[in-house]
Write a protein that binds this ligand. Structure first.
Ligand code: AMP
Ligand code: ZN
Length: 114
C-alpha cells in the first residue's frame, strides 16, 4: 500500500508523533488537531475502512477501543470525557482510506456532529 499515507506512517517512512504502538496497532497525534487531545489509532494492517474489515479480524476493533480508553486515561481526559469517531465512506467525510479511529477530548463537544 505504497500510496497510503497511514501505511507510510506504520512503516516509519514519514514522521508522526507516535504515542503508542504494539504488534497490531499504532497511535499518533493528528496533524490537524480538532481538540486539545486528538489522537488517531490505526491497525498496522491496511483496511480502507470499517466496511472492509473481515469477520476473522474483528478482534482488532475491540483492541483499538481499549487502547483508546488507555490513552484517554494517560491524557487525563477519561473522567472529563472524550469522543471516539470512526468515519466510514463518503457521507461521513472520510478522507484517509486506512481504517482509523479518532480520539478527541479536552474540550466540550457539541451534538449532533456536523
Ligand atoms: P478522516 O476524515 O476520518 O479520514 O480523518 C483523517 C485524519 O487524518 C484528519 O483528521 C487529518 O488531519 C489526519 N491526517 C492526515 N494526514 C496525517 C498525517 N500525515 N499525520 C497525522 N494525521 C494526519
Ligand atoms: Zn494503509
Amino acid at each position: 500500500m505504497d500510496d497510503c499515507i497511514f501505511c507510510q506512517i506504520v512503516a516509519k517512512k514519514i514522521p508522526a508523533r507516535i504515542v503508542y504502538e504494539d504488534d497490531d496497532l499504532i497511535a499518533f497525534e493528528d496533524i490537524k488537531p480538532q481538540a486539545p487531545v486528538h489522537i488517531l489509532i490505526i491497525p498496522r494492517e491496511h483496511f480502507p475502512s470499517l466496511n472492509e474489515v473481515p469477520e476473522e479480524r474483528k478482534s482488532i476493533l475491540g483492541k483499538i477501543l481499549l487502547i483508546a480508553r488507555e490513552i484517554a486515561r494517560e491524557k487525563d481526559i477519561a473522567l472529563s470525557g472524550y469522543r471516539i469517531v470512526l468515519n466510514t465512506a463518503r457521507d461521513s467525510g472520510q478522507e484517509v482510506f486506512h481504517l482509523h479511529f479518532h480520539l478527541l477530548g479536552g474540550r466540550r463537544m457539541s451534538w449532533p456532529p456536523g
